[in-house]
Design a protein around this ligand. Structure first.
Ligand SMILES: CC(C)(COP(=O)(O)OP(=O)(O)OC[C@H]1O[C@@H](n2cnc3c(N)ncnc32)[C@H](O)[C@@H]1OP(=O)(O)O)[C@@H](O)C(=O)NCCC(=O)NCCS
Length: 210
């Protein structure tokens, strides 16, 4: 922990216990690595400070980079981008972990109809998790969190380079692309331009074992 966290993050982590503490550390580790890869800087992890604003949004102290973090039991993911170019929202969930009872409050009949078109390829819990994860990612991109869920409606589901991709009503030019990592689903929400950059190789996904 002392090799990863900035001194102010060490103060913050003291208020957390158990799983929340590990998630905080793993989330910081992922985002800091992403920052070093993106910027090519040779900095100590402990010199990078990621704080949270009053809404919980993570941000780099003294760096013009946008940051998004998510964690579940097994994994943490961090996404970093140049704040002037692009923002990203990221979320991770265990596959199939979101059940009908939970999501029923957060999806409407049009979305259920849309999902039914994919039932031949994916089971119901998998699709519910996709929608939940996508909504979390987009709500992080827009920085509101769960408060936004009631306003988000999936309008179209398609595949991009073999990955499920979701588009939302009234949120133009933003796409949420799903990625499977082990038994987890990762949703990345960003301007559609970002996904073109993945194809051209200027944007990277990288996996770390720790
Ligand atoms: C954003 C939110 C959907 C994330 O859900 P979660 O179950 O905590 O799960 P995740 O692991 O995917 O994400 C956690 C990370 O999201 C980030 N985050 C928190 N709030 C955020 C927001 N408003 N916008 C963008 N990112 C946010 C943080 O980096 C957090 O990790 P950290 O606290 O270790 O830095 C949820 O926390 C939320 O709705 N927050 C905003 C409003 C709210 O209820 N605040 C009360 C906080 S006590």
């Amino acid at each position: 922990m002392e090799k990863i966290l900035h001194k102010e993050e060490l103060e913050q982590v003291c208020v957390y216990r158990g799983r929340r503490k590990s998630e905080y550390i793993a989330g910081r580790l992922s985002a800091k690595h992403a920052y070093l890869i993106l910027t090519g800087k040779k900095k100590e992890l402990t010199d990078i400070h990621i704080a949270n604003d009053y809404l919980g949004v993570p941000y780099f102290m003294n760096a013009r980079y946008s940051c998004s973090i998510s964690h579940n039991r097994e994994f943490a993911v961090g996404a970093v981008s140049d704040i002037n170019m692009l923002r990203i929202g990221i979320d991770i969930q265990s596959c199939g972990s979101i059940k009908a009872q939970l999501i029923n409050y957060y999806i409407n009949d049009s979305e259920k109809k849309l999902l039914s078109e994919w039932h031949a390829d994916y089971d119901e819990d998998y699709l519910f998790t996709v929608v939940w994860c996508a909504k979390e990612a987009i709500s992080k991109l827009l920085q509101y969190g769960f408060g936004l869920f009631g306003l988000l409606e999936v309008e179209r589901i398609t595949t991009i380079q073999g990955h499920l991709a979701l588009f939302f009503k009234n949120i133009r030019n933003v796409c949420v692309r799903m990625e499977e990592i082990g038994n987890s689903l990762v949703a990345v929400a960003a301007h559609i331009r970002f996904f073109d950059e993945i194809t051209t190789g200027s944007t990277k996904f990288q996996r770390l074992e720790y």
